[in-house]
Design a protein around this ligand. Structure first.
Ligand SMILES: Cc1cc2nc3c(=O)[nH]c(=O)nc-3n(C[C@H](O)[C@H](O)[C@H](O)COP(=O)(O)OP(=O)(O)OC[C@H]3O[C@@H](n4cnc5c(N)ncnc54)[C@H](O)[C@@H]3O)c2cc1C
Length: 442
């Protein structure tokens, strides 16, 4: 029997792909929920855009039809000498192959009061229920940590008219990921949101509580005192691998795996947020706690387990998110600072919140990546350009073919190209090709 610990995107993708290729019994164990749901949609449940059931991509009969057994329980220990997983309910399951896909957990850094009533991260279904339950009694909330999940939590709480204070250690928002020009545009956007109070260069000192251990406020290292009924901790996530420590499987920050996603124990694999690659692809991180790498790892491990040993190839980096109304996508690797031998072109609209940040190699002109805000660009087209190692001039010439909504956005493209030509003394002219023609030709 193949046992999978974790029913998130990586574990479920592995199970589905194994079933397409093999008849071996499959059991997925998850403590969080019986059925797989989309973690990225949790915020929309809170904001009333959908019900929790709508976050489940598969109907309950999907699992029986595909003979994938689902257990809702917690794995306390993995015994690699007897090939067993020990469940909290006392049951021991024997595996032929084991996939650890146990995801992440929100970071806590030992602040006084961090375990008080009214403190939560935003990761699990249980976190959402916890926040939901306390929301009617929240007038003011403090969110600690300026990343994507923090912004999602802020948007959620503001939708219920809760006043939100956001503590950010850095001088600029998300400056570890974005250059200053990008952070500044986002920071300006946040100012528009009534009820969102940004506190930059501000670190949490302690969470204050009353004699019932309920949150009453926070004190910052700069001496600010903010009264609140809820504290959201969104200072990043860590691989959720506490239960693996007793197994002898080699770990570092995550469960260590080779390029076939094999751990140090025979027949045991790790994928998704909890996996740490010993030798990641150049330019990529050993642990990538985002959706698509987990999905790709699930597809890869399914092949290896069913007799087609396959190395994990993450492809070109891409991701997408939303900062309130501003949509964000990234294709290729754009760092917050230029790397050696790189050059950049930044287009920012004077009034609209539209920003395009292109990075390319100075000598060869090879396109390296783009961050785009406030305008949606097509992933397949950019992926194709990255695969073909197109030049920045090729990319800009054909920018129209990457445009998701040509009618609406065409007003920016001409200006993008003109500004590029002025800055670099180039003679790029926009092609009028449609995106599908571009793909057919590629
Ligand atoms: C609010 C939020 C928004 C996000 N938005 C984005 C986004 O816009 N784009 C993006 O790319 N990524 C986003 N992410 C990250 C993305 O959701 C994760 O990278 C992805 O879901 C991880 O999938 P996974 O399968 O590795 O693990 P998980 O989805 O974490 O699943 C692991 C499961 O294993 C269970 N488990 C762990 N240990 C045990 C055990 N011992 N016994 C039993 N069960 C166990 C856990 O309870 C969990 O259910 C977001 C994450 C959050 C929290």
């Amino acid at each position: 029997m193949i046992v999978i610990i974790g029913n998130g995107i990586s574990g479920v993708t592995a199970a589905r792909n194994i079933r397409k290729r093999s008849d071996e019994p499959i059991t997925i164990i998850s403590a969080e929920s019986k059925y797989f749901f989309s973690r990225t949609a949790l915020m929309y449940v809170y904001m009333g855009h959908m019900k929790f059931e709508h976050t489940q991509p598969y109907e309950p009969h999907f699992w029986t039809k595909n003979r994938i057994e689902l257990l809702q329980d917690f794995v306390e220990h993995v015994d690699t000498s007897s090939n067993e997983v020990h469940l909290r309910n006392g049951v021991r399951l024997t595996y032929s192959q084991l996939i650890i896909a146990s995801g992440s957990k929100p970071n806590k850094f030992g602040w006084p009061g961090q375990d008080a009533d009214g403190v939560s991260g935003l990761y699990s279904k249980q976190d959402l229920e916890y926040i939901e339950e306390r929301s009617p009694n929240m007038k003011t909330a403090v969110i600690v940590g300026g990343g994507l999940i923090g912004i999602e939590l802020a948007e959620m709480l503001l939708s219920r008219n809760i006043e939100v204070h956001f503590l950010i250690r850095e001088e600029y928002f998300f400056n570890g990921l974005f250059p200053t020009h990008t952070s500044e545009m986002l920071m300006k956007h946040f100012e528009k949101h009534h009820g969102l109070h940004m506190h930059y260069s501000t670190e949490l000192e302690e969470i204050q509580t009353n004699n019932e251990n309920k949150v009453t406020g926070v004190k910052t290292k700069t001496g600010k005192q903010i009264e609140c009924q809820f504290v959201g901790l969104t200072v990043g996530v860590t691989p959720n691998i506490e239960f693996i420590k007793s197994s002898g499987i080699e770990i570092n920050r995550g469960v260590l795996v080779n390029e076939f996603l094999e751990t140090s124990a025979k027949g045991v694999y790790a994928i998704g947020d909890c996996a740490e690659l010993k030798s990641p692809t150049p330019g990529r991180r050993p642990i990538e706690q985002v959706w698509y790498p987990g999905k790709f790892m699930g597809e890869t491990v399914a092949k290896t387990i069913t007799g087609e040993p396959t190395k994990y190839n993450p492809g070109h980096w891409f991701n997408s998110a939303k900062f309130f109304e501003i949509e964000y996508q990234t294709y290729g690797m754009v760092h917050n600072e230029l790397q050696d031998g790189q050059d950049e072109f930044v287009y920012q609209h004077t009034e609209d919140e539209v920003l395009l940040h292109f990075v390319f190699e100075k000598e060869s002109r090879k396109f390296v990546g783009v961050n785009n805000f406030g305008i949606r660009l097509r992933h397949p087209v950019f992926n194709d350009w990255l695969l073909k190692e197109s030049t920045i001039e090729d990319v800009l010439t054909n920018l129209r073919s990457a445009n998701f909504d040509p009618e609406f956005y065409k007003k920016y493209e001409q200006e993008v190209v003109e500004r590029f030509n002025t800055k670099f003394g180039a003679k790029v002219q926009l092609e009028k090709t449609k995106w599908w023609k571009q793909l057919i030709n590629s």
